[in-house]
Design a protein around this ligand. Structure first.
Ligand SMILES: Cc1ncc(COP(=O)(O)O)c(C=O)c1O
Length: 349
């Protein structure tokens, strides 16, 4: 056992920094269910603007923002399609089926990378009276379980051009769109404008304690506001939380490049000894997927032994683990994690 703990389970584990807490404490607030919280309004407007949309809606979680977006486009008994590793399929607890009566199909996408040919082959916009009609496509950027993959803008545009005339909507799960923006240098609005609705999270790499925003047309967001209330997501003096988001937009976007550089450095350190475990060429942002099965480990065993030695990580399947860089880890933590992972794999190979 060790006293040192480096926690790379997720970029959601960060604690709000002091200056962010001060901004929260001094936020001007009102009852947001009555539309009277100026700080929430400021955050919604700012993010809508950044994403190239008319309106925004503050939500307690990324899951709620995704699920509100999806239900605007897909009626009960219709379907959404997405890739088989997508968060909306794998980690939102069947919400689209449970709350909205939506069925889902998926295509397989190595590393979560979007190939527009796959959804175009899969979708059936007007399936008639015997099969389910496809009403929406969900794209995740960056792709979480895919390993932080940045979706190529050209692929998104190609998909949009093919689906728009057919009336198939596109929703972006942009929980980590900030990371895609920083890694690619592409404007947030260039991504955002290709979609009918966009969900972004403030509580991941940006380090806010709570909060996501759904952006879309004024009509879509008005409708989503009603559904948010129905889901129990109407919050009162939520400006305290929105203030954290505004502060994060001012201070924590550009620094995501540090997380990306550290993730890459870690990947290179492991790949230099065990190239089958990690390919650093695939590490584009703050997430690393390591195939510890190639190093002779079951992922669950690797996670528990790593934890005993002071590294907390997450198993994504039986043979792979995920490590996520964030605000609360530095260069020294990165070196520690690389040495520990290398030592563990050396024990079994
Ligand atoms: C890609 C992606 N989308 C959506 C979410 C949902 O966010 P939340 O945990 O705030 O519901 C997450 C959370 O990890 C995510 O990684």
């Amino acid at each position: 056992m060790t006293d040192r703990v480096v926690d790379l389970r997720s970029d959601t584990i960060t604690k709000p920094v002091v200056a962010m807490r001060l901004a929260m404490a001094s936020a001007e607030v009102g009852d947001d269910v009555f539309g009277e919280d100026p700080t929430v309004r400021a955050l919604e407007d700012r993010i809508a603007d950044l994403l190239g949309h008319e309106s925004g809606l503050f939500t307690p979680s990324g899951t709620m923002a995704n699920q509100l977006g999806i239900r605007l486009h897909v009626a009960p008994g219709q379907e959404l399609i997405t890739d088989s590793l997508a968060h909306v399929l794998r980690a939102e607890m069947g919400a689209a089926a449970v709350f909205s009566g939506i069925s889902s199909r998926s295509w397989s996408a190595p590393r979560g990378l979007l190939d527009p040919a796959e959804p175009l082959r899969l979708m059936q916009p007007n399936a008639g009276t015997y099969q389910v009609s496809t009403r929406a496509i969900v794209v995740e950027n960056t792709h979480n379980f895919g390993g932080g993959t940045v979706q190529p803008l050209e692929a998104i545009i190609k998909l949009r051009e093919a689906t728009k005339p057919l009336g198939v909507a596109m929703h972006l799960d942009g929980a980590r769109l900030w990371n895609a923006h920083v890694a690619s240098g592409i404007e947030l609005s260039a991504y955002g404008q290709q979609f009918d609705t966009v969900a972004v999270c403030l509580s991941k790499g940006l380090g806010a304690p709570v909060g996501s925003v759904l952006a879309g047309s004024r009509a879509h967001i008005e409708e989503a506001r009603v559904w948010r209330k129905r889901y129990g997501g109407g919050m009162r003096q939520a400006g305290i939380l929105a203030a954290a988001g505004l502060w994060a937009l001012d201070h924590h976007v550009r620094r995501l490049a540090d997380d990306h550089a550290r993730a890459r450095r870690f990947a290179e350190a492991v790949a230099s000894r065990f190239p089958a475990v990690i390919d650093p060429a695939y590490v584009q942002t703050n997430i690393v997927i390591a195939d510890v099965g190639q190093g002779g480990w079951a992922a669950a065993d690797f996670v528990s032994v790593a934890q005993q030695r002071g590294l907390r990580i997450f198993a994504v399947n039986e043979r792979a683990v995920r490590l996520v860089w964030h605000l609360d880890v530095d260069d020294s933590d990165t070196g520690y994690a690389a040495d520990l992972v290398n030592a563990m794999i050396a024990e079994t190979t």
